[in-house]
Design a protein around this ligand. Structure first.
Ligand code: KG4
Ligand code: ZN
Length: 347
């Protein structure tokens, strides 16, 4: 089965084609111009998706020497994300499916990330998680600790009570003058800091054991900066790696702590780390170490599939299709995560 996956929830337009569970092509066009604004401008994002989506689809089809009629299943992200941006991909995909009389599958972006742990090119012997698995989703908009029991049963153990992990990276990067997107910039600065004395930034406690809170950490960094330098503009360039490394360490320790609690309470043989922040090397290394201690499989997608991509949308659509889920062309975009509803409802 040839599956088309379209992702336009934020600042990446992505078109992928899978043959069943094998990724054949995954094209990602990133909207770099948001750098000039220090963050994503929703209207500009929608317009850019609109301009690139058809050329990107053409390019993907050409690469595989396929015609659009040879696509068997069409999918797109329905939410959560920027509503205007989502509407571009979703409406395009629905129109395409309707005109070609092909089945259409709307995919939840978070579900896409959760199942990105299975993505691979070709059919190599990739390490894949076994159900039930614990999964940490860390993206720009969401931080979720989940128990994935099956394709259609995902239990939310914890979430963030304020900022998402990626959002914290982006805000702190902006605060110390590193620009957008902050995650990779903080990581590379932190990498240059080889000394062991870190600033101890406190991470707020939450009521629920598995929840996260990163807003207090962001304020702690700001307080430190104001106390040491008087203003954000006066931070010494040579001090930035230490601030970046200390902040990164605090986020990673907070994430790891909750994962460890879950690992000691749930008997699973696999753990998956997914989402944009899963690209962070320090986080990958810490969680690899932790899962080793518990003697379980550690699964993390290759860097290409950590950030937003169409392959994870197509893959999740394929699994929903196999699970017998049916959707009609009326399916609408939604901007926020549906409370306690981690699986897109049928329509
Ligand atoms: O999943 P994603 O591509 O988009 C959303 O669904 O939000 O995640 C984007 C987030 C951004 O906040 C970005 O700063 C963060 O992932 N990120 C990283 C790294 N690479 C991307 N955070 C920390 N370290 C990285 N290497
Ligand atoms: Zn994402």
């Amino acid at each position: 089965m040839n599956i088309l996956g379209i992702e336009t929830s934020c600042d990446e337009t992505s078109v992928a084609i899978l043959v069943n569970d094998e990724v054949k092509v995954n094209l990602v066009s990133s909207q770099d111009f948001h750098i000039n604004y220090g963050g994503v401008v929703p209207e500009l994002s929608s317009r850019a998706h609109l301009q690139i989506i058809i050329p990107l689809l053409r390019q993907a089809l050409e690469k595989l020497k396929l015609s659009i009629e040879e696509i068997d299943l069409i999918s797109a992200t329905a939410g959560p994300g920027l509503i205007g941006a989502l509407l571009v991909g979703l409406t395009f995909a629905k129109g395409l499916a309707f005109s070609l009389n092909k089945p259409f599958v709307p995919v939840d972006h978070i579900e896409g990330h959760i199942f990105s742990a299975f993505l691979q090119y070709g059919n190599s012997e990739l390490i894949k998680p076994n159900f039930p698995y614990l999964c940490l989703v860390v993206s720009g908009g969401h931080t979720l600790l989940l128990l994935v029991k099956s394709d259609l049963e995902i239990i939310k153990l914890g979430t963030t009570v304020d900022d998402a992990a990626g959002e914290a990276f982006d805000k702190v990067a902006k605060m110390i003058g590193l620009g957008y997107p902050g995650g990779p910039k903080i990581q590379s600065l932190a990498y240059n800091y080889t000394e062991s004395n870190l600033i101890s930034f406190p991470v707020s406690k939450t009521q629920n054991d598995y929840d996260f809170s990163f807003s207090g950490l962001k304020t702690a960094v700001l307080r430190y900066v104001l106390k040491e330098y008087g203003s954000r503009e006066k931070i010494k360039e040579e001090d930035k790696p230490k601030i970046a490394a200390s902040f990164q360490n605090a986020v990673v320790k907070a994430l790891t702590k909750n994962v460890e609690k879950a690992l000691s309470n749930y008997k699973v043989d696999s753990f998956a780390l997914v989402g944009g922040v899963a690209a962070n090397k320090f986080l990958r290394d810490e969680l690899a170490e932790l899962t080793k201690k518990y003697g379980i499989k550690f699964v993390v997608p290759s860097l290409e599939f950590c950030g937003d991509n169409g392959a994870m949308i197509a893959y999740r659509a394929w699994r929903l299709h196999l699970a017998g889920r049916k959707f009609n062309y009326e399916y609408n975009a939604y901007p926020s995560l549906k409370e306690n509803k981690l699986i897109v409802p049928e329509l």
